[in-house]
Design a protein around this ligand. Structure first.
Ligand code: UT7
Length: 317
């Protein structure tokens, strides 16, 4: 069914911001951040644009997949906001790599990579594409309120990409959404409409962390069990679960509830923080690059995020 992952890539800004550096910006400390989240540092952009990161990750994925730009049939970028509202990030990438195919951005917050994979599967199944570039890229540093210690310590910037080609590697997929405008919100600009009478929305990210935490654990457990049943597999068949990297305590709680072994769970949250939809493809790329994951391994990707959205899929590499 659908696709095989042919190559992956990743990119992050140069600047490493440690927890000690965060404690110079807001009233926090390494001990609180490490024990409550597992985060030790994150990459924050200085002169890099989202386009720069996405181009670097995309080129790496295309090189590893041995796919030239003219062979791509579609480019899908998942992001909460590119450098521009228009052109889309996907169109910027299409132009930069010299591809001729359609290109579009999608926004499913932190679940964006899994949504993009599902759309890619649908394009492949309908016969409209054989090679698709997916890049999930987020610059959370421009969405967070740097004076709010409850949220600004959690996030980082980055991009993860994958080239998927027609194949039979997708064993099961589940997407879900539960619309909510309270628990995790990033406001939009009202512009300078002189007739506007609406109350301005809060521009930066606000979050009810405890509620999102509960949603995260329950949705990941539900989605993972759902795809396992759909693929007629058990956790013993799974080499590794790659969860969205939001908080190590969320990952540990879900892993415990599902009954995963330590060797089946991997995390990069200590070095990256939460990079939203980029977190899964960044980690996937790292694990393939360092040889932890090999051809034939069966893995589960699972995510949750703003929207609220969630999803999981089982892929044979
Ligand atoms: O990609 C999806 C997006 N987000 C998530 O998945 C986040 C889900 N939620 C979480 O990860 C956790 O709820 C947080 C990490 C956000 C918060 O952890 P918590 O254990 O739920 O802490 P809390 O919000 O209950 O805060 C506990 C205390 C509070 O002080 P008081 O009221 O007990 O005196 C906070 O003011 O910790 C305080 N606090 C901090 N202290 C030092 C909050 N942020 C900080 C901080 N440094 N950075």
């Amino acid at each position: 069914m659908s696709f095989t992952i042919a190559g992956t890539g990743k990119a992050h800004p140069k600047l490493v911001v440690t927890n000690d550096m965060m404690s110079e910006i807001v009233e926090t400390n390494d001990e609180w951040i490490s024990t409550r989240t597992g985060i030790k540092s994150r990459y924050i952009s200085t002169d890099e644009t989202l386009f720069d990161l996405t181009l670097a990750a995309s080129k790496q994925a295309m090189k590893n997949a041995d796919i030239a730009a003219d062979k791509l049939d579609f480019i899908i970028c998942s992001t909460m906001q590119g450098d521009y509202k228009t052109p889309s990030l996907a169109c910027q990438i299409q132009h930069a790599i010299g591809a001729k195919c359609p290109a579009v951005d999608i926004n499913a917050a932190c679940t964006g990579f899994i949504y993009a994979l599902d759309f890619a599967a649908a394009l492949m199944d309908s016969g409209r594409a054989e090679n698709i570039l997916i890049a999930s890229s987020e610059m959370m540093s421009k969405h967070i309120d740097w004076s709010d210690r409850a949220t600004c310590v959690l996030f980082g910037d980055g991009s993860g990409a994958a080239v998927v080609t027609k194949g039979d590697g997708l064993l099961a997929m589940r997407l879900a959404a539960k619309g909510d405008e309270k628990l995790l919100v990033i406001g939009g600009s009202h512009g300078n409409n002189p007739f506007d009478k609406k109350t301005p929305v809060h521009e930066y990210l606000t979050m009810e962390g405890g509620e999102v935490f509960k949603f995260a654990v329950s949705s990941m457990c539900y989605d993972v069990k759902y795809v396992l049943e759909k693929a007629n597999l058990t956790l013993d068949d799974i080499r590794m679960v790659i969860p969205h990297q939001a908080n190590m305590r969320i990952i540990t709680a879900a892993a415990k509830r599902l009954g995963l072994h330590d060797s089946q769970i991997m995390s990069g949250i200590d070095r990256y923080g939460n990079t939203s939809s980029a977190s899964i493809p960044i980690l996937l790329s790292e694990l393939i690059e360092n040889g932890t994951l090999k051809k034939g391994d069966i893995i589960i990707l699972t995510a949750f995020g703003g929207g609220l959205t969630s999803g999981a899929c089982i892929i044979k590499l």
